[in-house]
Design a binder for this molecule. Structure first.
Ligand code: FRU
Length: 481
């Protein structure tokens, strides 16, 4: 196993160089990335872990890679935090969360085990991050045999928090009933070591919305409780649920004793092509920040695989609630990527072409929401965003070789309209109406586009542009050994 460890650590220094490499998104140095894990801030330092297979672009051999940062621009690559080297996690250190106890960051994750016949076992495990960022595994705290009766071994992705009112630790886990219905189970503990089953989370969607719920997260934003989860097996309905798997939220009020959430309608967190398994954390200033996987399961055949890497995380997004909608906006730290101030100009009706760099921020503003006409932005020949003000419809269109199609959402009733776009080399994130809706997508290009085309057939807007720089990753001396 020492060999495995040395290889994983060494691979973090083998940074691939190819045209689709992103400049301000977290991406694997080599291999496959999926879910963000263990998001936490401790003594000013943010920890970002992610599911990482360093050895290939397949969903196998999951480790937790570990980055630290104080500003989300300059990152330190730490040693790989968790490797699948023990009997209880030998087929993968699966997703989980972080918490602070005894002034240490602790990791709570799922050990995935498969026997020779392919049968799955799920162990919930703890680990402690030491002051030098090395990680000590503490072993299994919820055994496979403690999975309550009536549920399958699809039981994973613990998200933990401390409940001040009852002075106990609470964790929620993605689960599946024996009838293959998706749900969430709760466990409680006094010391985060010895756990007791508390019950099944009660919502109107429980057991009737897909066959498995992955990566549940229960958080409070602006005094409202929010359940985020990623259901699998939900059929497309019109423009809703268009991706293979979904990620969305229920907004309401949670009661721990009865495990009941009073809530409104499920709403997708993202309207684009690539977004899954989001995780949130509350930082030391009280901000709630979300990161997600800018990818989806079963979308591994991306053009970057030839170069030996696949997938990335979204930018970190600050969550707030407006008009009963969970809104996402890029965290303010990302403004430090701007190479200049945003350059504003009037965008008159008609056709215009704008010279762009491969990484940029673009804002479009209408002081009053247009009630008629259209606006089409072509990022290149294969990726366009169309706003139809008559139908109040936004459409992201992808026509290239990689997963062509459209993704749509309805514009909200707002007095004005703002649009913030973060374009990286091979991705786009579009924050509509202060992030009430967001489109996230990968945009692989044959040739690097240098022109953004706008067709505006509506009242004039203001367009603001600036080039964005790159984040940095440094390797600690310890990591280089
Ligand atoms: C979500 C997920 C999790 C699991 C992890 C494994 O993408 O399937 O449920 O813990 O990925 O990498």
């Amino acid at each position: 196993m020492a060999v495995v460890f040395e290889t994983a650590a060494a691979l973090t220094h083998t940074m691939i160089d190819e045209p689709n490499r992103l400049k301000f998104h977290i991406q694997p140095p080599v291999g496959l990335l999926n879910d963000p894990n263990g998001l936490v801030q401790h003594h000013g330092v943010f920890h970002v872990f992610y599911q990482w297979n360093p050895w290939s672009c397949e969903h196998k051999n999951k480790t937790w890679n570990h980055l630290t940062t104080t500003n989300f621009i300059d990152f330190q690559q730490q040693d790989v935090a968790l490797l699948p080297t023990d009997w209880y996690d030998k087929n993968g250190c699966y997703s989980g969360s972080a918490f602070i106890k005894d002034d240490h960051v602790h990791l709570f994750y799922t050990g995935n085990v498969k026997d020779e016949a392919g049968n799955r076992q799920a162990y919930q495990c703890l680990a402690r991050v030491q002051a030098d960022q090395s990680v000590e595994k503490l072993g299994v705290v919820i055994d496979d045999c403690e999975i309550p009766e009536g549920y399958t071994r699809h039981f994973r992705d613990p998200k933990i928090w401390f409940d001040q009112e009852t002075q106990q630790w609470v964790t929620i886990l993605g689960a599946q009933t024996c009838q293959e219905q998706g749900t969430v189970l709760l466990f409680t503990s006094r010391d985060a070591m010895k756990w007791a089953f508390h019950g099944e989370l009660q919502t109107k969607y429980t057991r009737q919305f897909g066959y498995m719920w992955e990566c549940p997260d229960l958080l409070t934003v602006d005094n409202q409780d929010v359940l985020i989860f990623s259901p699998q097996g939900v059929e497309q309905q019109g423009m809703e649920y268009a991706n293979i798997y979904q990620s969305g939220y229920l907004l309401g009020s949670f009661d721990l004793p009865t495990a009941r959430l009073q809530h409104g309608t499920f709403r997708e967190l993202d309207r684009g092509f690539e977004f899954y398994a989001p995780q949130t954390f509350t930082d030391e200033s009280g901000r709630v920040i979300l990161l997600a996987w800018m990818g989806l399961p079963e979308e591994e055949a991306q053009p970057t695989c030839e170069a030996g890497w696949v997938h990335a995380l979204t930018v970190p997004r600050h969550l707030t609630i407006r008009d009963g909608i969970l809104c996402q906006q890029p965290i303010r730290e990302l403004q430090a990527l701007r190479k200049t101030a945003l350059q504003e100009q009037v965008l008159p009706s008609g056709h215009s072409e704008h010279t762009v760099s491969d990484c940029y921020e673009l804002q479009l503003t209408w002081d009053t929401l247009p009630t008629t006409g259209t606006c089409t932005l072509a990022f290149d020949h294969e990726h366009t965003l169309e706003l139809d003000f008559n139908q109040k419809l936004a459409t992201l269109r992808r026509t290239g070789a990689y997963l062509p199609g459209i993704r749509q959402c309805q514009l909200e009733e707002t007095t004005n309209l703002t649009l913030t776009i973060l374009k990286d080399t091979s991705s786009v994130e579009i924050f509509l109406q202060d992030g009430r809706n967001v489109f996230t997508a990968r945009t692989f290009h044959e040739h690097r586009p240098t022109i953004l085309t706008v067709e505006l057939a509506a009242i004039a807007a203001t367009i603001a542009y600036c080039e964005l720089g790159a984040m940095t990753i440094t390797h600690t001396e310890k990591g280089k050994k």
